[in-house]
Design a protein around this ligand. Structure first.
Ligand SMILES: Cc1cc2nc3c(=O)[nH]c(=O)nc-3n(C[C@H](O)[C@H](O)[C@H](O)COP(=O)(O)OP(=O)(O)OC[C@H]3O[C@@H](n4cnc5c(N)ncnc54)[C@H](O)[C@@H]3O)c2cc1C
Length: 362
């Protein structure tokens, strides 16, 4: 059985930074990711990142993934288990990693959960017909595996993910018929990609929703309809799109199954993506030895994920008696608060305030 000081589950920006911060403070770290490559969402982000310049904004996601993954792999204090899935934990503190035919047991002193998020689904007729994808899944196929799952696309959701995937589909030579959104305004806060796709002739149709997809064994057309200010369907505004792929970009929700198994206290905070684990400003949950960082703690972005990772990594190391630069830890906590409360993330900020107002029970 492995007995590291710190176990990190998830090798995205949050997990990599947690592992680096703990290891640089002297702690022994095991980092587990179910993919063969470190980087999480970053490995498919070919666009220049929005966010905060001090934490990588302006660089492409794939460049950030490379920078942090090289640092992790070069760090002698970090042992990485890639292509292996964390499947659960026992209440006595032993974690179980599935490694093909066998299981690896890990008993850490501290654990940082950085498992990210999963895509949300919406209801419409035949939403299980082949050709209906999460936008993130299409992005993975396209940018990580070089596969376009179809030729003609309808994107549902005009948030950052929807418009970025629409733009990348365009770059890959696909035809994007339209981006639709049920809201009366763009869902995303960063308009650069929305402007780019509109300049390329892709309409963004607001106050419109999808009602069904139809075809012989696979999507051949999508039906949409306009909605009023109360989201009621408006008869007579139906519109058909001839597409073979519908990309759903309707939001992300924290991937918190492991936390649920452990009985970590969660609250429903819609601004943060759904059920989120209660945690303090260092990421510590109601279980003293367990931290949450990045999207699993509430949907935000790579800037905040990397900062949260650093703070939790330093705090975990400090708990175990390693000498940690306290000034730096405080500066990181302040930087995180400052970035979150910029005008771009007010929604997140109010969600975090609501979470902070909740009780932690032991
Ligand atoms: C299309 C798109 C565009 C984006 N653009 C931007 C942008 O421009 N700027 C920005 O700041 N942010 C952007 N983001 C958001 C950003 O990518 C995420 O907020 C960030 O990656 C979250 O980091 P994370 O480490 O929490 O999770 P992730 O990056 O999702 O990493 C989680 C990791 O955990 C692993 N994992 C999950 N479960 C297990 C398990 N049971 N066992 C082992 N491993 C597990 C996964 O394999 C994954 O590698 C974008 C996201 C998308 C989808």
């Amino acid at each position: 059985m492995k007995e590291p000081d710190v176990l990190v589950v998830g090798g995205g920006p949050a997990g990599m930074n947690a592992a680096l911060a703990a290891a640089e403070s002297g702690a022994s770290v095991v980092l587990v990711d179910r993919f063969a490559k470190l980087g999480g969402q970053l490995v498919k982000q070919t666009h220049k990142f929005f966010g905060w310049a001090d934490r990588g904004a302006g660089a492409r996601g794939i460049e950030l993934a490379q920078k942090w993954s090289h640092a992790v792999l070069a760090q002698p204090q970090v042992e990485t288990y890639l292509g292996k899935e964390m499947i659960g934990a026992y209440r006595d503190g032993i974690w179980l990693v599935a490694d093909q035919e066998k299981y690896i047991k890990i008993k850490p002193k501290r654990t940082v959960i950085a498992t990210g998020a999963s895509e949300k689904m919406i209801l419409f007729e035949n939403n299980d017909l082949p050709g209906v994808y999460g936008a993130g899944a299409v992005q993975t196929l396209m940018n990580s595996y070089g596969i376009l799952p179809g030729e003609h696309y309808l994107i549902v959701g005009s948030g950052n993910v929807g418009v970025i995937v629409a733009y990348q589909l365009l770059q890959a030579g696909a035809v994007v018929r339209a981006v639709i959104d049920v809201l009366p305004r763009l869902g995303g806060a960063y308009w650069v990609h929305a402007a780019k796709i509109q300049r390329a002739g892709i309409p963004i149709l607001l106050q419109r929703t999808i009602t069904g997809v139809y075809g012989n064994q696979k999507v051949e057309r999508a039906e949409t309809v306009g909605v009023d200010d109360k989201f009621r369907l408006i008869p007579g505004t139906e519109r058909t799109f001839r597409v073979d792929v519908v990309c759903l970009a309707v939001g992300l929700t924290p991937l918190s199954d492991l936390l649920f198994e452990l009985g970590i206290q969660e609250y429903y905070i819609p601004e943060l993506g759904g059920f989120v684990p209660w945690h303090d400003q260092t990421g510590r949950t109601n279980r003293k030895d367990l931290f949450v960082v990045g999207d699993v703690s509430g949907i935000e972005e790579a800037t905040t994920a990397s900062l949260q990772g650093r703070i939790a990594g330093l705090t975990a190391a400090s708990d175990l008696g390693y000498a940690v630069d306290e000034q730096m830890r405080r500066r990181l906590i302040e930087a995180l608060a400052e970035f979150r409360c910029s005008t771009l993330s007010q929604n997140v900020c109010s969600g975090l305030d609501r979470l902070a107002g909740k009780e932690a029970s032991q």
